[in-house]
Design a protein around this ligand. Structure first.
Ligand code: ATP
Ligand code: MG
Length: 432
């Protein structure tokens, strides 16, 4: 086994005050109990990039049960595919993972691979060096020792980070076969860190992308949250499209049949999500997924309208034939179904501005999301400017002004007439 590179503090320039003291405490407790323990993974990568880490992960020689015994009620064991200890420290949860090894299939014991080589369970423990080798990217495989303040680097990750390079550890094609989600992770980290993907790491993606069809839909969903709700949705989306991966996540969200506005909405929703996160505003997955599915829903709804159904009925039918439970791609948890439907059905109700209706809408818990969604649709090119301006003003207006605003409103769009008998059909229907 080659000796790892040791990078002393004067070369890496990470200082202790950048690290959550709770994590240092947890590492010290593990070491006092006789185990090895280090800070590992994304947090060191982020600190080397002068970014603030999202969380701090610990890697240890202690087995999950031993971690549990040590931290007792402060600790919960989670995960089946990948058994892991959560240690509670104040308001934080610190992930404490036992060193794992990358075992070849013939030595397989407590590790199961599917016939295609995909890892189904991943609980073969090993030493620190083996733990480094089983990680995905070199940039994610650095260990920090809080006592010596050295970084330990088995895979050349320190250099790669300085060169802004994302590189898989080991043979890239084999690593993707083991876990196809690593293709999505490559895109995610490249987008987040602004790294280039090393050609040897990038090239196999084009050929191996179809392996993503084997990944459980719930895991694709988890990964899609990380791709799109971490502040780098726009860059992630671009890279996903470059590598032709987007449709494995959302096969129903792109279609030649969609209108340009329907596709545009998606781009705008990603940008909007990034801007909200950058501004510290809350983002809800339901809003983003309502945008991702707007293409198919809107498209189906238009067809029902053309067949003479009312807007309400059309929307109901369109919702039904989609998509909270697709056969392929990321599966959305059921709990998002209700808010997504509300955002869509409010799109229609926002047209109804007579009498008490707009007042009732203002106090609807989903009003704000529906209004933001309407603005995005308008920005994407749907002809909704008048309606958007009206709602923007109405929200802030005095009672008196609100009453004025309700005079002389255009009629809300209704059932679409297939064959107008005398007059030409009025153009209001385009606002659906
Ligand atoms: P982020 O800041 O986005 O959370 P991260 O590097 O912490 O980035 P996680 O998904 O939280 O990413 O994973 C923690 C660490 O576990 C990674 O840095 C990597 O070393 C390892 N890891 C996670 N997923 C995989 C995987 N699919 N294959 C190999 N190693 C992985
Ligand atoms: Mg992490």
């Amino acid at each position: 086994m080659p000796d790892p590179a040791i990078i002393p503090p004067d070369r890496h320039r990470i200082t202790q005050d950048q690290i959550d003291p709770e994590v240092i405490g947890i590492i010290a407790e593990l070491r006092d109990a006789g185990y090895e323990a280090y800070l590992v993974g994304g947090s060191i990568r982020d600190l080397l990039q002068n970014a603030i880490p999202k969380d701090f992960d610990v890697a240890t020689s202690a087995l999950p049960d031993e971690v549990k015994l040590l931290f007792k009620r402060r600790c919960r064991l989670i995960g089946r595919r990948f058994r892991l200890a959560h240690v509670y420290a104040g308001r934080d949860i610190i992930e404490v993972a036992t060193f794992r090894a990358q075992t070849p299939p013939e030595e397989d014991n407590d590790r199961s691979l599917s016939s295609g080589g995909r890892i189904l369970r991943d609980n073969v423990y090993g030493d620190r060096h083996e733990d480094a080798l089983r990680r995905d990217f070199t940039a994610n495989a650095l260990y920090y020792d809080p006592e010596t303040e050295n970084i330990i680097d088995d895979v050349g990750g320190f250099q790669d980070i300085q060169a802004n390079l994302l590189r898989l550890i080991g043979d890239p094609a084999a690593r993707y076969r083991e876990d196809p989600v690593r293709m999505l992770r490559a895109v995610r980290f490249a987008a987040k860190l602004g790294f280039n993907i090393d050609p040897d790491t990038a090239n196999p993606i084009y050929e191996l992308a179809p392996l993503l069809r084997e990944v459980p839909p719930a895991r694709l969903f988890d990964e899609s949250l990380k791709l799109f709700l971490s502040g780098h949705a726009e860059a992630s989306d671009e890279l996903l499209c470059d590598y032709d991966l987007f449709h494995y996540l959302f096969p129903y969200a792109t279609s030649e049949e969609f209108q340009p506005e329907e596709s545009m909405l998606l781009d705008l929703a990603f940008r909007n999500t990034d801007e909200r996160i950058a501004a510290g505003k809350p983002v809800t997955p339901a809003f983003l997924f309502a945008a991702i599915q707007w293409g198919p829903v809107h498209h189906a709804m238009e067809k029902h309208l053309e067949a003479g159904k009312s807007p309400q009925e059309s929307l109901l039918l369109a919702q039904e034939q989609q998509i909270t439970n697709p056969a392929e791609g990321a599966a959305l948890p059921k709990r998002f179904g209700i808010p997504m439907r509300e955002i869509w059905s409010l799109q229609w109700r926002l047209h109804q501005r007579q009498g008490q209706r707009p007042y009732r809408l203002l106090s609807h818990p989903r009003f704000r999301a529906a209004y933001d969604f309407l603005l995005l649709r308008n920005e994407a090119g749907e002809p909704l400017q008048e309606l958007c301006d009206w709602w923007t003003e109405f929200q802030e207006a005095s009672d008196e002004r609100r009453q004025q605003m309700q005079q002389g409103l255009p009629p809300a769009p209704g059932r679409r007439k297939r064959k107008p008998r005398r007059k030409k059909a009025t153009p209001q229907i385009s606002e659906q």
